[in-house]
Each structure stands twice: as structure tokens, then as C-alpha cells.
Design a protein around this ligand. Structure first.
Ligand code: ADP
Ligand code: MG
Length: 276
């Protein structure tokens, strides 16, 4: 059973401090939801745990089963069982979906083991079927020309095959219609086990109707300002976040930050993670 601990994590990007002291422990078997207004650092949290090179840890620790992860590159974190389902999965022309997942699964095997390709093909096909994904999918280039919903389902397909022990799913519900949301929700719920600790980042209650969280955290301006149970979801769904402004003594949740683009860097990360 894995344990991820974030201790007083302060993170900056391009000189701006985004996360201002995050403390969070995720144990195997637990499902956490992180909710919060746009621009408060939810994706930054997911990216720093996965090891995106653009995000800088100013202080604090990321520990997996007591081992410090702060300086490990993304592929090693993946091998140790950390997974990120991205908010905006990148398109990687030239690498087929099947080859990408096959490589990612192969490099995570112990040195003396090889991927049994026949069995893997069956697993890939079963996973795609469970997610109601078309059969041509394996031979298409990674995410290229995929609809928003297909990209999100593809992240879950990868998760099913990589079998992580700690998974962050960043707005896995955005761009999904009701049927796709149910399919994704059911697939993720089926993966719940004592060997998997999950963090669902979402704006909406509707995802959490399908995947029940044990803990709900509200993140505002780079800090977790409230932790509770499912009752927090209902409150946010009914009243939004404004009631927290008075409680926290702030007038606005969004801080002005420059515009940015992650495209090239994220693509490099994705490619590095399978080619290293
Ligand atoms: P959320 O996921 O909660 O909407 P993000 O973590 O994406 O928030 O962003 C938090 C803040 O950090 C925003 O103000 C955003 O502009 C800034 N930010 C995030 N990533 C980058 C980046 N790669 N370069 C510059 N600023 C960034
Ligand atoms: Mg985000």
C-alpha cells in the first residue's frame, strides 16, 4: 500500500509562487477530491507531483513511501507508480497510441522481465472496450485529432494499463458528455483498491456522483483552506465558493498571472517518459 505525502510544499512557475504551503497525505485505498476556482493552483499541484520540469519546488517535500521525490525525473516517478491524467493531454504525432502505452508499460517492468505482447494486446483491447473507445484507436497517433472526450478516456485507458499506486486525475470530467462521464466514472470506480490512492481534481459535483471521494479539499490561491467530506461538494454545488471569501477575509480568489503555454514542454515530457 502506497503513501504519498506533500509537506509544506511551496512551488513557483516562471518566478511566480503558485502553491503556498500544501500539506496533503494520500494513502492507498483513499480517494481525495480537490476543488477550487480557476487559477488557484490545482493543475500546478498535479504537475509538480508528476515532476513537470517547468515547475520549481521552492521548499517542502514530496515523499512516496517515505522516499524523497523532489528531484526525480518524471519517468522515474512513473516507474515508482505515480500517474497523472492530464487536464489537456498533448498530441504526439508520429507515436501511435498503442506504442506509447506499450513503451510506458514495458519500461516499468523489472529488468529481467519482458512484456508479453500477445497478452498485452488483449489487455489493451479489453480496456478500450470497457471505455467504449473505437477499435481504430490503437493505430492512431497519440491524441492526434482525438475529440476532447476521447483524449480524456485515453488517459483512463493508460491508467488501466499502467496500474499506478498513486493517481492524479486533473479535470478528467471536462469535455465529457453525460454518457462518457458515466463510463469514465464507472471505470475509475472499478479501479479503486487498497493499492491505489487517488486524487480527483474537479470543478463539478457531477463527477463525484460517479466516483465517491473519502475526503474533499478546497484549494484557494495555492492553499488548501478547507478539508471535509462529501457535504462540502453539495455546499459548493449550491453556493459556489463566495461564502469562503468572507470566512477567509479575501475579496477575490484569482491572482493576476501572466498568460503561458505548456505545449512544447509537456510534449517533451510525454515523449521523454517513454523514450528514456
Ligand atoms: P487551476 O488548475 O487551479 O486552474 P493552475 O495550476 O493551472 O490553476 O494555475 C495556477 C496559476 O499558475 C495561474 O495563475 C496560472 O496562470 C499560473 N501558471 C500555471 N502554470 C503556469 C506556467 N506553466 N507558466 C506560467 N504560469 C503558470
Ligand atoms: Mg487546472
Amino acid at each position: 500500500m502506497s503513501k504519498l505525502e506533500l509537506k509544506n510544499l511551496v512551488v513557483s512557475v516562471e518566478g511566480n509562487t503558485i502553491l503556498k504551503g500544501i500539506n496533503l497525505t494520500v494513502n492507498g485505498g483513499e480517494t481525495h477530491a480537490i476543488m477550487g476556482p480557476n487559477g488557484t493552483g490545482k493543475s500546478t499541484l498535479a504537475q509538480i507531483v508528476m515532476g513537470h520540469p517547468k515547475y520549481v519546488i521552492e521548499s517542502g517535500e514530496i515523499l512516496l513511501d517515505g522516499e524523497l521525490m523532489n528531484d526525480l525525473p518524471v519517468d522515474e516517478r512513473s516507474r515508482k507508480g505515480i500517474f497523472l491524467g492530464m487536464q489537456s493531454p498533448v498530441e504526439v504525432p508520429g507515436v501511435t497510441n498503442f506504442d506509447f502505452v506499450k513503451s510506458a508499460v514495458s519500461v516499468r517492468l523489472p529488468k529481467d522481465q519482458h512484456l508479453r505482447i500477445g497478452r498485452f494486446i488483449l489487455q489493451f483491447e479489453d480496456a478500450a472496450k470497457e471505455l467504449s473507445m473505437g477499435s481504430g484507436l490503437s493505430h492512431r497517433f497519440l491524441n492526434q485529432g482525438f475529440s476532447g472526450g476521447e483524449k480524456k478516456r485515453n488517459e483512463i485507458l493508460q491508467m488501466k494499463l499502467l496500474k499506478p499506486s498513486i493517481a492524479f486525475l486533473d479535470e478528467i470530467d471536462s469535455g465529457l458528455d453525460v454518457d462518457a462521464l458515466r463510463i469514465v466514472g464507472e471505470n475509475v470506480t472499478k479501479m479503486k483498491s487498497p493499492n491505489l490512492g487517488m486524487v480527483l481534481i474537479t470543478h463539478y459535483q457531477r463527477l463525484l456522483d460517479y466516483i465517491e471521494p473519502d475526503f474533499v479539499h478546497i484549494m484557494i490561491r495555492g492553499q488548501i483552506v478547507k478539508t471535509g467530506g462529501k457535504e462540502l461538494i453539495t455546499k459548493i454545488d449550491q453556493d459556489g465558493y463566495d461564502w469562503l471569501k468572507a470566512e477567509l477575509g479575501v475579496t477575490d480568489f484569482e491572482e493576476k498571472q501572466p498568460q503561458y503555454s505548456l505545449g512544447t514542454c509537456a510534449t517533451n515530457t510525454a515523449v521523454n517518459s517513454v523514450t528514456k
